[in-house]
Every structure is written in C-alpha cells, then in structure tokens.
Design a protein around this ligand. Sequence first.
Ligand code: 5GP
Length: 179
Amino acid sequence: MHPMIKEILISENEIVEKCKELGQKIDQEYQSSQPPLLVALLKGSVPFLSELIKHIKMDVEFDFMDVSSYEGTESIGDIRINKDLDRSIKGVDILLVEDIVDTGRTLKNVKEMLFNKGAASVKVVALLDKPSRRVVEDIHAEYIGFEIPDAFVVGFGLDYNQKYRNLPYIGVLKDECYK
Ligand code: 5GP
C-alpha cells in the first residue's frame, strides 16, 4: 500500500469485477440499438474507461473531453472546456464515462453541452457515486460501480493535486497529506 494512504476503500480486484458486471449490463442495454459512443472525461476517468472497455463486447468507439470544475477538494461553479470532442455527435447515442459523481454539477453541465451538440441520447456510467454530496437533484448515473460515503478519495484515476491517479485501488489519504 502507498505510504500516504490511510485506508483502501475498494480494491483493484473489486473494481475489475465491477467493470465486468457493468460491461455486461451495457452490452445488454444497447443490444437492439447502435453501440453508443463512449465519451470519457479527462483525466480522472481514463483508468476506468480502460478497464471497462475490456468487458464491453460491442464494437464501441470512444472520444475524450477535458472540462475543469474542481480545484483542491471542493467543487466550484461553472465548467471550462479545455479539450472538446474530435468528432460530430449529431444523432449519436452517448455513454458518458465519469470517475465520480459528487455534487452532480459537472454531469449536469456536460450532459447539457452534449445535448446542445445534437446527441440523440446521453447515459452515464460512473465508477463512484457520492449521493450524500449531491446539490443538483435531478442528476444521476444510469450505471454506477460503487456508492461511497462522503470522503475525499484518490486512486484509479482520481487525484489530489494531480497525484495518486496511478494507484490501482480507491483509497483515502492520511490527514498529513492535507497539511
Ligand atoms: P461534481 O461536479 O460532481 O461535484 O464533481 C465531479 C468531479 O469532481 C469528479 O470528476 C472529480 O474530478 C472530482 N471529485 C469529486 N469527488 C472527488 C473525490 O472524492 N476525490 C477526487 N480526487 N476527486 C473528486
């Protein structure tokens, strides 16, 4: 275990098993329609996307967006687009891949943006969900890996000041990291 980690909340093995389940559900859901375009939000959802796509059997394509709405450990209002999609999504079914849904603001803004670009549908798959922190009431992910309590977590893509994204598990940092 990394010396700065206090506790592992979700192990690598649990994440892989969950991605298998999610992959199967997604295959079933879209079996009678066109495969969705997976849109992953940089940088946090990259490890989740990489694991998840191994367990999706349909021929899916993926693209990336980079939006920022988060600094330190507290969400801030509006999002800024740092990198937009490479292709048109007019009439396309989108499956948005998120690392974690916290207040729900990012999801709300990105979903709106995707519909404005002409997406036919937008569903969301999130590795983690912190429902107790939600401020945008009508926002939810259709597919959720794990519900977690109100704790700031790192690993499997999630960072603290850009570090710890490469940890293969989800964990909580020692208090001394925040000093
Ligand atoms: P929301 O807009 O839902 O408040 O925030 C979503 C984004 O905030 C996530 O994509 C993630 O980047 C960041 N975030 C929310 N909770 C956590 C957390 O516990 N740990 C880390 N590292 N990032 C978080």
